[in-house]
Design a protein around this ligand. Structure first.
Ligand SMILES: *Cc1c(COP(=O)(O)O)cnc(C)c1O
Length: 477
């Protein structure tokens, strides 16, 4: 299996290099040179498998000979043993033709665990083989940090330094990060804003000397392996609901277009998917694109679904590459224009191609609250605000006939309601409880280091603590 960059000017890589490289050297994103596909009989054969076995069957074709199949099966089994539901991503029926797929049974209660738990283990395996270490550096406003930390904790070939803005994350979000006491995990609270944290991280990635000395890396949403791991649950849901005989539709609350692109991947592999519906919050760059063919950034507005408060959908480039018939020169040109002017538009025939598969709806805060309240009233299920954006979009798509009544609709439940207790309580009057294993989160000891918003100080801290080589002594202040 070979991977090519959407912008055409980076080396063609195998799976191992693609995983470790992340963003392509030409600024593009790696995609498979061609999609592995399942025949109808093979799809039928996926019915009833355990999640780890399904995951191995779906992902092995992407690995080429990078990892021995039995070793990979072991890694996958180990990964999903950290989830607290035996089905890993269970389906819950809400209505006649409407299901929720719960993606929040992992360690940090959000869907990112499904991919990141695997990614951490894959990195560790491949780095151990090369006797190589990396230093993961990231910035978080609260949500993605914990998933990255849980993915890296106790991995022998990774250290992780996560910057968050001091006193500007919710207590739950902070504690999900700072109560991880593994000695390769460093939480740094910056005396500044999330933008300050991001600027510090960007500056560190832009410092070649620092980057090379520490082998600085990111575990961000553009890594191909994250998409690969997310394809699995789309295949699983489709097979459970009748594939290959019956097609399904998915609604995905998304900002970065990562999760829904994985659904597109499942379809490219031969899974019958009739429609993909995007749910946006008020930061509706994607919804506007699917209406108008114009991708234009706008200022970010804070909403009840903060993980989708994004105005640049980085993973959309992977779909755009296909809309340009994989013409990487044309695509690189579009991305250059987007960078320079903050917008681009596609041709009517390209919009038509996209619109034949995708639809998009937006939910503002009031509609989000209403969806939480209505779901609670009608089904007794508490849902988080991101899931609510998805359910609003799913209902719109159904009522407008965009998804025919005969087609089962699956909406992705991307976070546990207890991760966003304020919005849920305001809409329903019910306080969502944390799962048993996290019930004592509020009283667990925390460890973090407070640092000023100063690049030199932060770099010195990281240099002092990162394990640079095998023999390096270590300690966590
Ligand atoms: C990250 C996240 C999203 C958005 O995912 P995309 O990568 O933008 O598709 C949605 N909901 C929750 C809860 C998240 O954590």
């Amino acid at each position: 299996m070979r991977y090519i960059s959407t912008r055409g000017a980076a080396p063609v890589l195998g799976f191992e290099e693609t995983l470790l490289t992340g963003l392509a050297r030409d600024g593009g994103l790696y995609v498979p040179e061609s999609w592995p596909t399942f025949t109808s009989d093979e799809v039928r054969g996926l019915a009833g498998l355990s999640y780890p076995e399904l995951a191995a069957r779906v992902m092995l074709p992407f690995l080429g000979d990078a990892i021995d199949p039995d070793e990979f099966r072991g890694l996958v089994a180990d990964t999903y043993a950290t989830f607290d539901h035996a089905a890993v991503t269970p389906l819950v029926q809400l209505d006649h033709q409407l299901w929720l797929m719960e993606l929040f049974h992992g360690p940090t209660l959000a869907f990112k665990d499904v991919a990141l738990q695997l990614l951490g283990r894959l990195f560790d395996l491949l780095l151990a083989r090369r006797n190589h270490r990396i230093t993961v550096v990231g910035a978080t406003s609260g949500d993605t940090g914990s998933a990255a930390i849980e993915a890296c904790r106790e991995r022998s070939h990774l250290d992780i330094f996560m910057l968050h803005p001091l006193d500007r994350t919710s207590a739950i979000q902070r504690r999900q990060m700072t109560t991880v006491l593994a000695d390769n995990v460093y939480n740094i609270a910056i005396q500044g804003t999330f933008d300050d944290c991001q600027d510090l991280v960007k500056a560190m990635f832009g410092d070649p000397d620092f980057r090379d000395r520490l082998h600085v890396s990111a575990v961000n949403s553009i890594n191909w392996a994250r998409i690969m791991a997310q394809i699995v649950y789309y295949v699983g849901a489709a097979v459970t609901l009748g594939a290959p005989e019956r097609a399904v539709a998915f609604t995905v609350p998304t900002g970065n277009f990562g999760n829904i692109y994985a659904a597109y991947g499942a379809r490219a592999m031969g899974i019958p998917i009739e429609r993909l519906v995007v749910g946006s919050n008020s930061n509706d760059i994607l919804t506007r694109f699917f209406r108008s063919g114009v991708m234009a950034t706008a200022p970010v507005t804070p909403t009840l679904s903060p993980s989708m408060d994004i105005q640049i959908s980085s993973n959309f480039e992977r779909l755009l590459f296909d809309l340009y018939q994989r013409d990487s020169l044309a695509l690189a040109d579009v991305m250059r224009r987007f960078r320079a002017s903050g917008s681009y538009s596609v041709a009517p025939n390209q919009l038509e191609t996209a619109g034949a598969l995708f639809a998009a709806y937006r939910a503002d805060n009031d509609q989000t609250q209403a969806a939480i309240a209505e779901t609670w009233r009608r089904t007794g299920q508490l849902i988080d605000p991101h899931t609510a954006v998805g359910l609003h979009a799913a209902r719109m798509a159904r009522s407008e006939g965009v998804v025919p009544d005969a087609v089962p609709m699956v909406t992705l439940a991307c976070a546990h309601p207890a991760k966003f207790p304020d919005a849920v309580t305001a809409a329903t009057g019910v306080h969502p409880a944390l799962p048993e294993r996290l019930a004592d989160l509020a009283t667990r000891p925390e460890r973090l280091t407070v640092l000023p918003n100063d690049l030199g100080t932060v770099q010195a801290f990281i240099l002092r603590h990162a394990r640079l080589g095998e023999a390096q002594p270590r300690g966590n202040a």
